[in-house]
Design a protein around this ligand. Structure first.
Ligand SMILES: Nc1nc2c(c(=O)[nH]1)N[C@H]1C(S)=C(S)[C@@H](COP(=O)(O)O)O[C@H]1N2
Ligand SMILES: [Mo]
Length: 446
């Protein structure tokens, strides 16, 4: 992956592929330093055992015999990227053209994600802010399965339809891509392409019904104001959609506000579609037009392999023909540890509180467990109900460590159908989607 020119802004790899590296290692490379050399870490992991790692971390690893082969201490998986995006704080930039930036887990600790901590995922050229005037903005509803094509101003949307607010989980389909082996090209998201702000707007269903949905309608598609990265105005940066069943859910919104303020520029101001629980690529930003389709929408990035996975399990590295791919719907169960921050030092004898969020696409999370001994034993965490359907759920728990040393907290959610998060990346697929592997943090007990 490091040598792939497509990944010019790649993050250090964080997953199992460390172990497949063939690089030789020198003794003076034993402490990994992201700034100086990414490669040394791979070499280190190849030769060094857990004992050497414990030395590098500066602590013993009490449950080291329980740690599965193939996992490296999470203390080695931290990054300290600088950041500078207007309106955003602490995001890690993965690509600057187009701008793509993710949120470190400890900055997602709020129950409702503040605008400054919401990730940014752009496929094209962000519209000039001077063109994003809510007073003159229009939204067109059309398409072959629309009975009465209509154009609305934002003021008309606000006055004609009832307003609703929901907290909605938006997660990029490629969140977690950095862990795939062989690597998938594209933004190397680790865990931070997810957020759960509160959106306010009108129900897509109310607007579509007012414009008449023909009986043959099967899908909706969106068009937006951003340009294709080539600058060619005849092409869309992205134009995706969802089946009618998802479009007509109560929580699917045409939103103008996030957390009771105007949508941030980078998150779609002045209007965006929000389809919580599905790949966030279905939530069109800078929304200009919605079409009601009598077939699966055929806009840019609708066709395989975009946002698609193999219909059957494939071995890592398999070339999968497009006809054997299917489009992603609901996202899988996943969770984050948002407090404390990984790498924290903790005093022996004091209770250690941990917390975070869990979500499961269209489903609910029904069970949550945490471990401090590399998964040998798990304790049930307190799990709260969502603020509303499709909002993430908060969990918390507490540990007492038996002795000084290096620990990891592992967290695992189970959805309402009994489907659990895997410990390592499940289901390799060519584009690196849907990695819902467990999150873990490092703790030094002193
Ligand atoms: N118009 C437009 N909408 C878009 C995109 C885009 O590039 N242009 N990116 C999509 C993708 S892939 C994701 S993951 C989400 C990200 O939303 P955010 O940038 O507000 O976090 O927006 C989606 N909507
Ligand atoms: Mo995405």
């Amino acid at each position: 992956m490091e040598n792939d020119p497509k990944n010019k802004h790649d993050q250090p790899s964080r997953g199992l592929h460390e172990l497949y590296a063939e690089d030789p290692i020198k003794a003076d490379e034993l402490v990994w330093n992201r700034e100086t050399d990414k490669g040394s870490r791979r070499g280190f992991l190849k030769r060094g055992g857990l004992l050497a790692m414990a030395t590098a971390i500066g602590a013993s690893i009490p449950f080291s015999k329980n740690m599965p082969a193939g996992l490296i201490p999470a203390a080695f998986a931290q990054s300290n990227e600088p950041f500078a995006i207007p309106g955003k704080e602490g995001l890690i930039i993965l690509n600057d053209r187009p701008l793509n930036a993710e949120t470190p887990p400890h900055l997602l600790d709020d129950e409702i994600t503040p605008a400054k901590h919401m990730f940014v995922r752009n496929n094209g050229i962000v519209p000039d802010s001077k063109l994003l005037d809510p007073a003159s903005w229009t939204l067109e509803i059309a398409g072959e399965s629309c009975e009465k094509p209509t154009t609305f101003t934002i003021a008309e949307l606000k006055s004609r339809f009832k307003h609703y607010s929901y907290q909605l989980t938006l997660e990029c389909g490629g969140n977690g891509r950095s862990e795939f082996v062989p690597a998938a090209s594209g933004n190397q998201w680790t865990t931070g392409a997810v957020a759960c702000p509160k959106f306010t707007g009108v129900r897509l269903k109310d607007v579509l019904e007012a414009c008449g949905i023909k009986k043959d309608a099967v899908y909706i598609g969106y068009y937006a104001a951003d340009l294709h990265p080539s600058g060619d105005s005849s092409k869309e940066a992205i134009s995706r959609g969802v089946p009618m069943s998802k479009a007509l859910e109560d929580e699917t919104l045409i939103a103008w506000a996030m957390n009771d303020e105007d949508l941030p520029l980078l998150n779609g101001h002045p209007l965006r579609l929000v389809c919580g629980g599905w790949p966030a690529s279905t939530s069109g930003k800078w929304l200009k037009k919605i079409v009601i389709r009598n077939k699966v929408h055929d806009g840019n990035k609708m066709a395989a392999p975009s946002y698609s996975v193999p219909k059957y399990p494939v071995a890592p590295g398999t070339q999968v023909p497009n006809e054997d791919m299917e489009i992603i719907g609901s996202m899988p169960v996943r969770s984050l540890i948002t407090f404390p921050k990984t790498g924290i030092s903790h005093k022996l004898g004091e209770p250690f509180p941990v917390r975070g969020h869990a979500w499961a696409g269209d489903l609910e999370v029904k069970d949550f467990h945490v471990s401090m001994d590399f998964g040998i034993t798990w304790q049930k965490a307190e799990l709260r109900a969502p603020a509303n359907r499709l909002a993430w759920q908060h969990w918390h728990s507490e540990f007492n460590f038996p002795e000084k040393g290096y620990y990891e907290i592992w967290a695992r959610a189970v959805d309402s159908k009994g489907q659990s998060q895997p410990m390592v990346v499940a289901g390799w697929n060519p584009k690196g989607y849907l990695n819902n592997a467990c999150h873990r943090i490092a703790v030094q007990v002193v």
